[in-house]
Design a protein around this ligand. Sequence first.
Ligand code: PGA
Length: 264
Amino acid sequence: MKVIIRDTMEESSVWAARYIAKKINEKAAKTNEPFVIGLCTGSTPIETYKELIRLVKAGEVSFKNVISFNMDEYVHLPVNHPESYHSFMHKYLFDHIDEPAENIHILDGNAPDLKKECEEYEKKIAAAGGFDLFLGGIGEDGHIAFNEPFSSLNSRTRVMTLTYDTRVVNSRFFDNDVNKVPKQAMSVGVATVTGAKEVVILAFGPKKAKAIAASIEGPVSGYCTLSVLQLHPAATIVCDDLAVGELKYNSVKYFKAVEAAEAE
Ligand code: PGA
């Protein structure tokens, strides 16, 4: 596992966006096969998406041959609700880049058969060739996508019941009223994420510091699902200074030394 640490969220986000663009360009230089990416929502990726949009507009990367699958969506929230992840993705990314509409996949939280929708999603990911890169955030409880504590580390896309804590955290998007936050969401599983060739996680701010420390220095555990990245051969966690506030001093020093040595 690598941990990239920058002073601010903005610097971390620029690093992440340029890294993703580099990966897309590297694959495009080798093959005509599409680049398959997993995408996340929330406050965390907004700056990364801003930089990706800038790079697309500057002609430094193109999403014409990118296929994306979003990691989650609320159950039974109307698709055009401002806080649906469909709305979020179009507002913060898809409306500003050149990814063809048919390449965009987001779970349908209003599908008549949610179980079938989840199974079909896994099939579509497999048919696309699996993920080249999965971009995610982390919840304050250490969740990756909506894989709340006690999720199986072998889980696949399914309907998840959100913890009360996650609903309280997300109530900031729903007039600060926890009762307006859907109780369930559809989410890719932990194994859907770890099936990616590469996983990039963003974590910013002091509220993520405990979960980051538990994921990196704690045991691998379904109680903190991001900790599964300790078993992944190509995982990178991109943090600002505040998000590494609970890591041991020596851990931070080591991760910075690794980055410096690789840059030489
Ligand atoms: P956030 O959510 O980016 O809004 O903090 C991240 C998450 O819950 O995974």
